[in-house]
Design a protein. Structure first.
Ligand code: F6P
Length: 341
């Protein structure tokens, strides 16, 4: 079998572990040939690829980023790939394409699959918002980084009797804010799924200080927003990939809390630190398992599907199920977290 693999969209710790696992399983167990397209679908469209063998994936398990490079692509160019699926498949002699990516990549994968390309998707995103899988690799690393940041911020916040507003990634889903907030013992968690009222945060912080506590930490997802009419907050422009350019909820909220409380507040934007560097052991294992199952699915002819984690088992789910909607934080998960605020 000739297998094409690519990594597309925002990078994520664990991508290299998938590439390594696909290559090992394909070569060692099946005698396949593996090629890796560079910079996601761009490489597929522009004929940029290289052969992957055991040497080329040696030593990459623990490395962050992706050895193949990644890129976001405008919808029109993704459509171009789908329109030319037959030609692309023939040009590269592909028996299967394994695109590793988030919602945008899996949507493109579905388009290619519908257009006749045999595709097995592998979901990735630090946001953990892909429907159809309990977890995506990268999420555990992001939560670990954000949790460590909260732990560290608490000591400096307490020394200065400050409020720290820690902004974490999470465009449409607040999974990182929820889990890092819980693990780090944040005093407030704001997620995109549930508009917040700054007045609630103010009363909670005042109550803490009245009890003799000398600091507070609020963990806010980048996509969180205040409830209508509670606080000024601008909507950002939409970029060419269809993503809103956020105007900075962390900084805006810190200013608002400082003004309302009369206490110093500082924003800390964790940004891409959450996405860079070595994957955690959990993410390496999950990524490796997804790679293994993707190759097996290809050999069984389970195309138009992606790997998914259900409980402890890796299964295959139709790409169609994965892209219908995002997996967002349910209200009961927020209620569990709130019991300790
Ligand atoms: O989708 C993953 C993600 O990390 C989001 O959490 C974040 O909003 C976005 O990517 C950032 O994208 P970029 O790297 O293009 O700024």
């Amino acid at each position: 079998m000739r297998i094409g693999v690519l990594t597309a969209g925002g990078d994520c710790p664990g991508l290299n572990a998938v590439i390594r696992s696909v290559t090992h399983r394909a070569l060692a167990a099946h005698g396949d040939e593996v090629i890796g397209f560079e910079d996601g679908f761009r490489g597929l469209l522009e004929g940029r690829y290289r052969s992957l063998d055991l040497d080329s994936v040696s030593g990459i398990l623990a490395r962050g980023g992706t050895i193949l490079g990644s890129a976001r692509l405008e919808r029109a160019r993704l459509r171009e790939a789908a329109d030319n699926a037959g030609e692309l498949r023939a040009e590269y002699g592909l028996d299967v394409l394994i695109p590793i990516g988030g919602e945008g990549t899996l949507t493109a994968a579905r388009m290619l699959s519908d257009a006749g390309m045999p595709v097995v998707g592998v979901p990735k995103t630090i946001d953990n918002d892909i429907n159809g899988t309990d977890r995506t690799f990268g999420f555990d690393t992001a939560v670990t980084v954000a949790t460590e940041a909260i732990d560290r911020l608490k000591t400096t916040a307490e020394s200065h009797q400050r409020v720290m507003v820690v902004e974490v990634m999470g465009r449409h889903a607040g999974w990182i804010a929820l889990e890092a907030g819980m693990a780090g013992g944040a005093h407030g968690i704001c997620v995109p799924e549930r508009p917040f009222d700054p007045a609630d945060l103010v009363s909670m912080i005042e109550e803490r200080f009245n009890r003799g506590k000398r600091f507070a930490v609020i963990c806010v997802a980048e996509g969180a927003h205040p409830a209508k009419g509670t606080m000024e907050y601008g909507v950002g422009e939409i970029d060419k990939f269809g993503h809103e350019r956020f105007t900075g909820i962390g900084a805006t909220l810190a200013r608002e809390l400082e003004a309302r409380l009369g206490k110093e507040a500082r924003p800390v934007i964790l940004g891409h630190v959450q996405r860079g560097g070595v994957p955690t052991a959990y993410d390496r294992v999950l990524a490796g398992r997804f790679g293994w199952h993707a190759v097996e699915a290809a050999h069984k002819g389970v195309f138009g599907h992606m790997t998914a984690l259900h409980g402890t088992r890796v299964t295959m789910v139709p790409l169609a199920d994965a892209i219908t909607h995002l997996k967002t934080v349910p209200e009961d998960r927020m209620q569990e977290a709130e019991s300790v605020f």
